[in-house]
Design a protein around this ligand. Structure first.
Ligand code: AMP
Ligand code: ZN
Length: 462
């Protein structure tokens, strides 16, 4: 059965064909590590994780590369403004290197708690400066670059097909780019390949180059790293929809100009997480929720957010609300209870081929997770024997990534946790909210979760 994926380049669902089967090269634009990731960012990484797991479910071997943007992403996407890392360093009184290290670790912790599988290769922009410089040199040799007072720029007018990913007309793209004025640019859409360090001021992150001291523009890193680590296995490149018009458009232009070859066959983009009222969650807005804040505020475990993300197809905006996240926690707990009840009566046997195909049909239809979850419930409610249901469920969990094999743990709480839970129950009855919160924290510190539901308090091991 074909795996159909929506390709932003062609604007349709296409059967996926690997360039070097059974191997697949996958590149995911990674985080800019000047702050915590918010759950909008994390939604995008859940999307690419599902993509990767679905490729594996189809028997493909995925070589997955993810970069860490630790330099060169300016506060404006259009090469003006401050470097986000240097800005973060100033804000926190640390060095840019410390900021990058701290938020990279925070990001890795977040994705681990969401069961987002680690890439085969992590790479940092600051570790591939020589590769980025040689790519810029190749562009220079072919006449695609020009120099201004603040850097080396790519001349987008020289690249035919600049709009092939965005499908916008050039005027619209240029209009968008005019927000930040740089009179020395030949075309509004031109972008920096190398930026010079400001004269008189020393940057924390800067390198010598054939053009002088400076740092790479944001887009060049992804071209250099994907070519370095994937070679000619340029199968799928993904990110959020905000990358289409600028970042990915520029990646394609500079890569194809330099090599003369097609740069990635499939381009896939995850839609935004929005908050009530339709506003996009963004690091620059005060509507920013980290995974920790989401979990603590709602008394849910991080994995509930993964489950919540499955309720909306990745190409549709996902609306975040407290009720949606609470419903997801309940849904996840219900699923675990179903598995636990089966494990009480049987051990996993053979997979049911019929349901496996049905599940595959759902996920192979451009990663339709809402449909896949419907197949899960249909299978669990079917007449299949419990050992078959279990094996089939665990097979589905290769894609779902919900740790369902761990659901069989006993439901009785250890004495210490039970007495903390009882004390919290009493505190709540007496409306001692501060004490109740303190007891909740003590329970959670011990690896259990506390959830206040209309039916009362629930304490469980996630
Ligand atoms: P950044 O760390 O800003 O480079 O972004 C990391 C990833 O998150 C990129 O793929 C963005 O496209 C994506 N992203 C940013 N904001 C949102 C949002 N509100 N919802 C979903 N994805 C987002
Ligand atoms: Zn990128």
């Amino acid at each position: 059965m074909d795996l159909l994926l929506y390709n932003t380049l062609t604007r349709r669902k296409e059967p996926f064909r690997a360039s070097h089967p059974p191997r697949v090269g996958l590149y995911t634009c990674g985080p800019t590590v000047y702050n915590y990731a918010h759950i909008g960012n994390l939604r995008t990484y859940i999307f690419s994780d599902v993509l990767k797991r679905v490729l594996a479910f189809n028997g493909l071997e995925v070589r997955h590369v993810m970069n860490i943007t630790d330099v060169g992403h300016l506060t404006g996407d259009r090469d003006m403004g401050e470097d986000k890392l240097e800005q973060g360093a100033q804000r926190e009184g640390k060095s840019a290197w410390e900021i990058a290290e701290y938020y990279t670790a925070a990001f890795k912790r977040d994705i681990a708690r969401l069961n987002v599988l680690e890439p085969t290769i992590w790479c940092k922009a600051t570790d591939t400066i020589p590769e980025q410089i040689s790519l810029i040199q190749a562009l220079e040799r072919k006449g695609y670059t020009y120099r201004t007072r603040d850097g080396i720029y790519f001349d987008t007018a020289r690249f035919e097909g600049y709009t092939k990913l965005s499908h916008q007309n050039l005027e619209a793209l240029q209009e968008g780019a005019r927000v930040e004025k740089n009179p020395e640019k030949r075309n509004a859409t031109d972008f920096a390949l190398w930026k010079f360090s400001p004269s008189g001021a020393q940057r924390q992150m800067e390198w010598d180059s054939p053009w002088g001291m400076g740092f790479p523009g944001w887009h060049i890193e992804c071209s250099a790293m994907s070519m370095k680590y994937l070679g000619d296995m340029l199968d799928i490149h993904c990110g959020g929809t905000d990358h289409i018009d600028v970042h990915h458009t520029n990646e394609i232009a500079q890569s194809e100009a330099a090599t003369g070859k097609k740069f990635f066959n499939f381009w896939m983009h995850g839609a935004f997480l929005i908050i009530a009222g339709g506003k996009k969650m963004a690091k620059s807005e005060d509507n920013f929720l980290t995974l920790d804040a989401t979990a603590t505020r709602n008394g849910v475990e991080p994995l509930a957010f993964r489950f919540a993300a499955f309720q909306t197809h990745y190409r549709k905006p996902m609306e975040y609300s407290e009720s949606a996240i609470a419903a997801a926690q309940n849904g996840l707990q219900h699923l675990r209870n179903q598995v636990r009840a089966l494990l009480d009566t049987a051990a996993p046997g053979d997979i049911d081929n019929g349901y496996q195909e049905k599940f595959r049909q759902a996920v192979n239809n451009d990663l339709n997770m809402p449909q896949a979850l419907a197949v899960v419930q249909e299978m669990l409610k079917s007449e299949l024997p419990p050992e078959t249901k279990l094996a089939t469920m665990f097979d589905f969990d290769r894609v779902l990534g919900l740790d369902l094999e761990k659901a069989g743990g006993s439901e009785t709480l250890p004495d210490e946790i039970q007495s903390l839970a009882d004390a919290r129950q009493r505190a709540r009855q007496e409306k001692q909210w501060a004490l109740s919160d303190e007891l909740r924290d003590r329970i959670q510190e011990r690896g259990y979760l506390v959830q206040d539901t209309p039916q009362g308090m629930k304490v469980f091991k996630p």
